[in-house]
Ligand binder design. Sequence first.
Ligand code: SAM
Length: 212
Amino acid sequence: MRLKNVPGSREAIADSDLVIHEPEKVKGSWREIFGNDKPIHIEIGMGKGKFIHEMARLHPEINYIGIEKYSSVLLRALQKMEAEPLDNLLFIRMDAENIAEVFAEDEVDRIYLNFSDPWPKDRHAKRRLPSKEYLARYNQFLKKDGVLEFKTDNRGLFDFALEELEPAGWKAKQVTFDLHKDEEMMQGNVMTEYEVKFSSMGNSICKYIIYR
Ligand code: SAM
């Protein structure tokens, strides 16, 4: 998702207390930033923040961090927080390529990837957020008993993501190729912006929950 450059979005983000600037400087101190010891769940590539904002509202016992590459997109998530402030949600504007520099070992309890960009060319496979290269990064900071949840309507990307598990040393705990018809995996499901859009077009949503 890349919205047209929204004038003033960089400045709005630079001025916001909800965005942690220079996040690598708080590596290992995220619980102090939130001021409590609640578990930390992150969404990488959150887009406009519908999913993570709803999750934070529904689960005040969890701290959430939304990560997004583009200011113009992150701005939409900040606007949701203006309309409905929550004290358990913060944001980072960054390219997730450097994510292992932002969180210390065992600092994150759960990772969400929702409708990640597919990067269809083979030579760009390493840029896919569920690739083995990214799984190796997540391995560095996800708690030993933590899980990663990934949803997409892109069957090619999902099949690729499943193939990456074994070489990266991860295992599938639950897998569905049609989430909205899977009663068990649908429990507590919060729809993302893309999920609303693509499921309304009749696309099936794939989801896995993985661990190592
Ligand atoms: N998760 C949202 C949803 O399901 O509605 C948005 C999906 S959109 C297709 C993917 C989002 O991930 C875009 O907003 C894009 O800017 C962001 N993104 C892609 N690669 C990223 C990266 N390496 N680091 C941070 N954000 C990234």
